[in-house]
Design a protein around this ligand. Sequence first.
Ligand code: FES
Length: 86
Amino acid sequence: MAQIINADTGETINVDDNSMIKEACAKIGVPFNCENGICGTCIVKVVEGKENMGELNDSETDMGLDGEYRLACQCKIKKGKVKLKY
Ligand code: FES
């Protein structure tokens, strides 16, 4: 089991290892629009646990993101805890 944590409120959502984080992020309040890696509305800052995140995908690298910032509609968590701000 892995965990998505809202860095501001401490709210924690349990997710499966190697799963998309979109639903958990919606639960902690991250806003979404296109849900398709285009608009950038769902950009989150990974404040802890960057190493627990999956690889950047093409939408994220096209947007110039480097792993400190991720698109919540596109990325996966591998395992462990990840703390996010949005
Ligand atoms: S919601 Fe548009 S990029 Fe994620």
